[in-house]
Design a protein around this ligand. Structure first.
Ligand SMILES: [Zn+2]
Length: 453
């Protein structure tokens, strides 16, 4: 590849003040161009005149392994707790081969939808899956996507009053030692890092208070982000009241988690005072519009949070409660849900795009991501409006959200083309789907008894 800068010229539309396009060098955006401007010096050119250019979308909540249990009959039409109870015994059979297929499928779906950075919250470590995070890291490297992988955990099983069965939890010492190992092996704290590690005990009803506190201390020692599910359902709030005598947020505070670098998945059941406390503590919240609707968990107060100063990002959530990994689809879902809840004037398509870009970047404390600006990473999603769904569309950027864009034509991560003509370079999708479907069938019992076909 030539070392000369690349001029992405004259986009059809671009989510930045750069009608002449952007100049990219060394994986970074080095210049925004006005109308009629052209770069000085030698450079390569990519003609973007048929593309709508967005900052690469950032997914701040997922469980890759759940692509293996999409639309599972045993888990259909259930709210969170019974949904989890139906799935835990199946997830307990997860193998390294199955996780590799699942992570590859999830990240491929994300990339093709215009996502350039993803997190994953992996908290299921049955015997034999000790290298689960390494498997995900390798899949991310192979695909060329930027990743923040979280070392998730569960240590509170039914025996001790938690929700998960004994078969899917680990002990606290094992979890903490493994977290240290993964940070030493994989975490790159530098700006523009392709891979970072964060720590992510699963939820109040599957993790002990001791592990919550020790994890916060470990994160503080290494400067890591903390992530967990919180305030997702009224069942969770009832669990916290009965077990800890307080709200989920009070409980989180008692675990030393109310601090910058903590970001929460869902954040639905907070009152105004709690939203103020989130803002004051510098905590981010991932809105998972599809998942929240599918599980009927409630509606995240996104507008109230943003007004208070809380960073709000988007996440597709696990593929057993969405059940897809299309982040552009999630932008549309969040736009419709929040407009319906807050009114026309409160939410525009640009707000929804901001949640998936700058908002998500704020949750991950990555100011170099999520925007098209000088010094920002050259992570870009390019959409062509040549599908039937866009025919006759006026505003090209609004069209992506209102007409329901599904697939990017091109995606660039760190200045490198990862998706070209709607396909991921070097990935055989048919072979991947076969491998993934076989793994899903084996995981759910190896027979068609648990499936409807
Ligand atoms: Zn989740």
């Amino acid at each position: 590849m030539s070392g000369e800068p690349l001029w992405m010229r004259d986009p059809l539309a671009i989510l930045a003040d750069a009608p002449g396009g952007v100049l990219i060098e060394g994986g970074v955006i080095v210049r925004l161009l006005g109308p009629g401007e052209r770069p000085h010096g030698p450079h390569r050119v990519f003609d973007a005149s048929r593309h709508v250019v967005l900052p690469g979308l950032i997914n701040t909540h997922h469980h890759f392994y759940q692509t293996l249990t999409r639309a599972l009959p045993a888990a259909l039409d259930k709210t969170l707790f019974p949904w989890l109870e139906a799935l835990y015994p199946i997830w307990a059979r997860l193998t390294p081969e199955a996780l590799d297929a699942a992570a590859t499928v999830a990240m491929a779906e994300l990339l093709l939808s215009g996502c350039t950075t993803t997190t994953d919250h992996h908290y299921v470590f049955p015997g034999g899956l000790e290298d689960g995070i390494a498997i995900e890291a390798e899949a991310a490297r192979r695909l060329g996507i930027r990743a923040v992988l979280t070392r998730g955990s569960m240590d509170l099983s039914q025996r001790d009053g938690g929700l998960p069965p004994d078969s899917v939890v680990q002990d606290r010492d094992t979890i903490l030692a493994d977290s240290e190992r993964l940070v030493a092996q994989f975490h790159d704290p530098a700006p523009h890092a392709m891979l970072q590690i964060a720590l992510a005990p699963c939820s109040p009803f599957s993790v002990t208070t001791g592990l919550m506190r020790d994890t916060a201390a470990l994160a503080a020692r290494h400067g890591l982000l903390l992530h967990t599910h919180l305030a997702e359902t009224t069942d969770e709030a009832a669990f916290c009241r009965s077990r800890f005598g307080c709200s989920p947020l009070d409980y989180l505070e008692s675990c030393d988690w109310l601090r910058p670098g903590t970001w929460l998945a869902h954040g639905i059941h907070f009152d105004a005072g709690e939203i103020g406390r989130l803002a004051a503590a510098g905590i981010g919240v991932t809105h998972c519009a599809c998942s929240n609707q599918l599980l009927a968990s409630g509606t995240c107060p996104v507008c109230a949070m943003e007004s208070a100063g809380v960073a709000v990002g988007l996440g597709v959530d696990g593929s057993a409660s969405n059940d897809g990994s299309n982040l552009m689809g999630e932008v549309r879902a969040a736009f419709l849900l929040q407009r319906g809840a807050n009114g026309i004037a409160a939410v525009s398509h640009l707000d929804a795009l901001r949640w998936a870009t700058e908002g998500s970047a704020r949750c991950l404390r990555r100011p170099e991501l999520g925007r098209i600006a000088v010094g920002a990473a050259a992570d870009l999603a390019l959409f062509a409006l040549d599908e039937l769904r866009f025919s006759g569309a006026g505003d090209p950027i609004a069209a992506l959200v209102l007409c329901g864009a599904q697939r990017a034509d091109r995606v660039m991560v760190a200045g490198r083309w990862v998706v070209v003509n709607g396909a991921i370079a070097g990935l055989d999708i048919s072979a991947l789907m076969q491998r993934h479907a076989d793994a899903a069938r084996r995981l759910s019992g190896g027979s068609d008894a648990t499936r409807r076909w």
